[in-house]
Design a protein around this ligand. Structure first.
Ligand SMILES: [Ca+2]
Length: 255
């Protein structure tokens, strides 16, 4: 089991002035005390995380190797602010029905002040085209998956925060929203029972994603996991910017 915490990298964008530089320039302006300069710096830091920025490759099986097949020991994946790309393949070796299944398990940690707002299916995602054109992805609370041998299926599903049977039809869609409902999947003969359901966005904590396909073959999946500052942080930053703006217009220092 891996227990080290994941650290989201702070944003580093040359277009954003550093807090120190902002404090220096602000200090030269009449009516702006170091207190307000510090507030401005905090606002810059808070909003830097909300800017659109290049996607980060969180895990690419073509580079980092097969994601863990062991539900007890998911691969640890570090998420950065912004879009995090996760790509791999899951499937089953021949013969059909008895070949080994390549399951993929990964865990990630959402740090304080962060939320995950979306898991989007990206182009290049494939699934079985012979039977039902979907593969499975489940979300579990904590740093372990769920024993796939758990029966009955309703007992297994009840241990999942949510799940979705994804496929090419989901490309461009946010499946985190779908998973959050926890509702049963209906698509005979693959009807599945209900999961727990959860609130969005996904807040602080450690979670595990479980991907698998049970038909023979290897099927690529590509997901984007989006991490942003939690709403409370953004509201505080907005309030701070509003106060600072009014003070600057008046040219007054805080009392
Ligand atoms: Ca695997």
């Amino acid at each position: 089991m891996f227990h080290s915490m994941l650290v989201a990298r702070p944003p580093a964008d040359a277009a954003v002035p550093s807090p120190r530089a902002l404090a220096r320039s602000s200090a030269r302006r009449p009516g702006l005390t170091p207190l307000w300069a510090a507030l401005a710096a905090a606002c810059v830091l808070a909003f830097a995380g909300t800017e659109a920025r290049a996607a980060t490759t969180a895990w690419d099986e073509a580079v980092q190797g097969d994601l863990s097949n062991d539900w007890r020991n998911p691969a640890e994946v570090t998420l950065a602010y912004g879009e995090n790309l996760i790509s791999g393949a899951t499937g089953r070796a021949a013969p059909a029905g008895t070949g080994v299944i390549d399951r993929d398990y990964l865990s990630f940690t959402v740090l304080p002040g962060q939320t995950v707002t979306a898991i989007t299916v990206l182009a290049g995602t494939q699934s079985d085209t012979v039977s039902y054109p979907v593969s499975f992805v489940g979300l579990i609370a904590g740093d372990q998956g769920v024993d796939p041998a758990t029966t009955p299926t309703s007992t297994l599903a009840a241990q999942l925060m949510g799940y979705h049977l994804y496929g090419p039809a989901d490309v461009g869609s946010d499946i985190l929203a779908t998973m959050s409902s926890g509702t049963a999947f209906t698509g005979a003969p693959y009807n599945q029972p209900a999961a727990q359901g959860f609130s969005l966005p996904l807040g602080e904590g450690t979670y595990t994603l479980w991907m698998q396909e049970t038909v023979v073959g290897q099927f690529d999946y590509r997901f984007s996991v989006t991490v942003v500052p939690e709403p409370a942080s953004a509201v505080l930053a907005l309030a701070g910017l509003g106060l600072l703006s009014r003070r600057l217009r008046r040219g007054t220092a805080p009392r």
